[in-house]
Design a binder for this molecule. Sequence first.
Ligand code: HEC
Ligand code: HEC
Length: 202
Amino acid sequence: MKIDKKSLIMAAILSVAALSLSVPWVSHAEEERHEAVKRRSGDHEEEGERHDIIRAQQNKDKNRAPFPESALYKQECSSCHFLYHPGLLPLRSWEAVIQNSDKHFGENLSLEDKIKDDLLSYFYEHSAEKTDSKWARRILSWSAPSVPARITEQPFIIREHRKIQKSVFKRPSINSFSNCGACHPKGAEGDFDEDSVEIPAK
Ligand code: HEC
Ligand code: HEC
């Protein structure tokens, strides 16, 4: 076959046209891939939140987890502060609290070994891992694998309170972020639902 000048030029024009058309296609496909990867590896926060909304609809009580009563826990751990629901920390943190109870935020709790063991058994049964509530699940997934020493230093707890001004925590009837019961009147019953929050004015 004889290749004439005309068809050579035609072929050249066609391949330039194809190239210029394929460039946007390539970049578009690339973009789509990026989007898909972003969606998949995605913002865990949003992902978790979407699941949470579905779960909350399935069970409106999911922000409430009954307080597992224990006379011993109440006796040993509520004289200086709010009696924290055991679902507010992962087990590894409660273990650290008990292990370091002679240096407890500047206090020596002077716990006997038997009492330490009994408290550990209680936390073993009722830590965040064993608590069926939305907040406990998020406390767990957001703090892993760290060992938070405080409830108030956990990312999920910090995030939920990020809109509250520092000065609010200093109001006399609140005094500190750690004083959960001041704003969560049902917190002692394991109810931290935003519907039952009441921030004291003074
Ligand atoms: C002698 C007083 C006292 C007793 C009893 C006591 N604590 Fe504390 N606890 C403190 C102090 C002080 C802090 C630090 C408070 C602050 O910085 O606002 C604290 C803080 C905490 C925190 C961190 C709160 C936060 O900010 O997230 C946890 C958890 C905790 N205590 C658990 C326990 C447990 C469990 C027991 C029982 C074994 C216990 N406490 C008994 C004095 C006490
Ligand atoms: C100054 C008042 C105040 C104090 C003190 C406080 N909270 Fe809150 N908390 C709030 C408010 C307000 C919200 C609702 C935030 C929102 O949804 O906009 C909230 C939300 C929460 C949520 C999320 C509830 C949901 O519906 O998802 C949890 C869990 C929680 N608080 C636990 C705690 C714990 C545990 C403590 C103590 C260590 C504490 N809070 C101390 C005011 C407070």
